[in-house]
Write a protein that binds this ligand. Structure first.
Ligand SMILES: Nc1ncnc2c1ncn2[C@@H]1O[C@H](COP(=O)(O)OP(=O)(O)OP(=O)(O)O)[C@@H](O)[C@H]1O
Ligand SMILES: [Mg+2]
Length: 497
């Protein structure tokens, strides 16, 4: 602000300086001109007065003598104070007029002489008997310098008034026309520097400041788009790295699981076979029979886990067919209905199966496994019972994370299946580990922690994405995105539940 006022002041002073120089030159010329006009006026005055006096002095001399003529001249001298009038000898007048005595001095001829400080005029006065005298008129003259000085003093006053008025006007105009707009531009540049790239309207005027404002807003837009690109790339890198890390981890666990399943299956088979035989043989001894029956139960449970491990390690080669996902969910929910009721859970499915939704291409058994786990997890999260909402929404875009890991996904259309519960929710530290194999918070026997890991594998295998959101104390939402059928050949085949 202070710097700008200095600039304005400097500009004003420079302008006033130029104007003052012009005024000085003009004042000098005016002074010279006025001096010339003044001299010309005085010459004329002397001529007019001289001629008027010439006649009356001659007449007085001729009629009443020289004395009377002198009185006449003295009266005129007293009457016109700015011109001194006197009667001289002719020779003295010629001397004063610097004229040669031999040269003829015509009657009515006015000799005029300019001296530094005075202007003098001489006229011939003819008396009786050929006598001659001369009428001398003298006017003091101001020299040219005094006129110029006067004009300069006048100009100096004008310059001072001009300087004062111009400074006030320049400061006011600077503030009104430029200052506020420059302040806004400076504030905008600072806010961009501080990272605020949100779009703002540019100064609409078409002058230089308006153009500068448009250029600044254009720059802000370019910066915002560059920042968005950088953010997207960083996000893609992080998502892709997380995806790779999870895939690595699953591959390692898969190898371990495959080994375990391979080693555990034969001894389990043997234990199960022997225990069954013991149940049959120990009919006489109820204690022994019950113990053997417990071994059969537990080995069956371990066998289920081993099978899950095998599924996880070596997913079965899948048969991909068009799948009507709403019908599939309906069948699954109806199958689970008795179990859900037992836990006090109710369910809703929208849209109803009759609504036309696009078919997916996938393995119906594997997809059912995914949804069964999500629905059971939801029921288990609400020990006191509650509503489970399942929503199918067609024609969705792929989630950003999937596009980051697989750019092709951006071109496909997806169906999103949402399973929402109103249970206790998931802690933030658990949210990042949900899809890890064997991650469970359930009691021994309630869950093995493989459900979501297997679901993740199946969904990825189908070219889809699974994600969870949760608010502690309010419930959780699991979303599954699956690509819709696009090839006409696939669509022609009849969907099955
Ligand atoms: N809807 C949910 N609400 C709260 N927590 C959940 C929900 N779904 C999953 N979880 C948490 O994620 C963990 C892992 O779930 P996942 O389905 O993989 O295994 P599990 O249900 O424990 O066992 P399994 O599915 O193998 O029987 C659960 O133990 C639970 O802590
Ligand atoms: Mg589960």
């Amino acid at each position: 602000m202070a710097a700008r006022a200095h600039t304005t002041l400097r500009l004003t002073l420079a302008l006033v300086g130029v104007i003052a120089a012009v005024l000085v030159v003009a004042a000098r010329q005016r002074g010279v001109h006025e001096a010339a006009v003044d001299e010309e006026d005085r010459r004329r005055d002397q001529r007019v007065l001289g001629r008027a006096l010439e006649e009356s002095a001659e007449r007085s001399w001729r009629e009443r003598g020289l004395r009377s003529a002198r009185e006449r001249v003295a009266a005129a001298d007293a009457h016109v104070p700015e011109i001194e009038v006197e009667l001289l000898e002719e020779s003295a007048a010629l001397d004063d007029a610097d004229a040669s005595p031999s040269a003829a001095w015509e009657r009515d001829e006015v000799l005029q002489r300019r001296e530094p400080q005075v202007l003098r005029s001489f006229l011939r006065i003819d008396g009786p008997g050929g006598q001659r005298r001369a009428l001398a008129l003298t006017t003091p003259l101001r020299d040219e310098v005094s006129y110029v000085r006067e004009a300069l003093i006048e100009s100096a006053g004008v310059t001072l008034v001009l300087l004062f008025a111009a400074t006030i006007a320049a400061l006011w105009l600077e503030r009104a026309l430029v200052g506020r707009r420059v302040d806004r531009l400076v504030a905008r540049a600072r806010s961009i520097g501080a990272g605020d790239l949100a779009e703002q309207p540019a100064d609409p005027r078409m002058d230089e400041l308006g153009q500068l404002s448009s250029a600044i807003e254009h720059m802000a837009r370019a910066l915002a788009s560059a920042r968005q690109t950088l953010d997207d790339e960083a996000y893609s890198r992080v998502a892709a790295t997380a995806h790779l890390r999870r895939s690595d981890r699953l591959a390692t666990v898969g190898t371990l699981a495959a080994g375990l399943a391979h080693e555990l299956a034969p001894p389990l088979h043997a234990i199960d076979g022997r225990a069954r035989r013991m149940v049959e043989a120990a009919s006489a001894c109820p204690d022994l029979r019950d113990a053997a029956a417990a071994i059969v139960d537990q080995s069956a449970r371990v066998q289920r886990i081993v099978e899950e491990l095998r599924d996880f390690a070596h997913p079965q080669p899948t048969a991909r067919r068009p799948v009507d996902v709403v019908a599939l969910l309906r069948a699954d929910l109806e199958l689970l209905d008795p179990l859900l009721r037992q836990r006090g859970a109710t369910w809703t499915l929208s849209p109803p199966p009759s609504a036309s939704t696009r078919p997916l291409r996938g393995d119906a058994d594997q997809l059912r496994q995914v949804f069964t786990n999500l629905i059971l997890n939801a029921a288990q999260a609400m020990p006191g019972g509650g509503a489970i909402e399942v929503v199918v929404a067609s024609d969705r875009q792929a989630p950003r994370e999937l596009v980051a890991a697989d750019r092709e996904a951006a071109r496909r259309r997806f169906t999103r299946i949402t399973v929402r519960d109103h249970g206790g929710g998931i802690r933030p530290e658990a949210l990042t580990r949900l899809f890890d194999p064997f991650f469970t918070t359930k009691e021994v026997g309630e869950g093995s922690g493989l459900g979501l890991a297997v679901a993740h594998g199946i969904v990825s295998d189908h070219g889809g994405w699974i994600a969870a959101e949760s608010v502690l104390g309010a419930g959780s939402v699991f979303c599954v995105w699956l690509p819709e059928l696009s090839a006409p050949r696939d669509a022609a085949a009849s969907p099955r539940a």
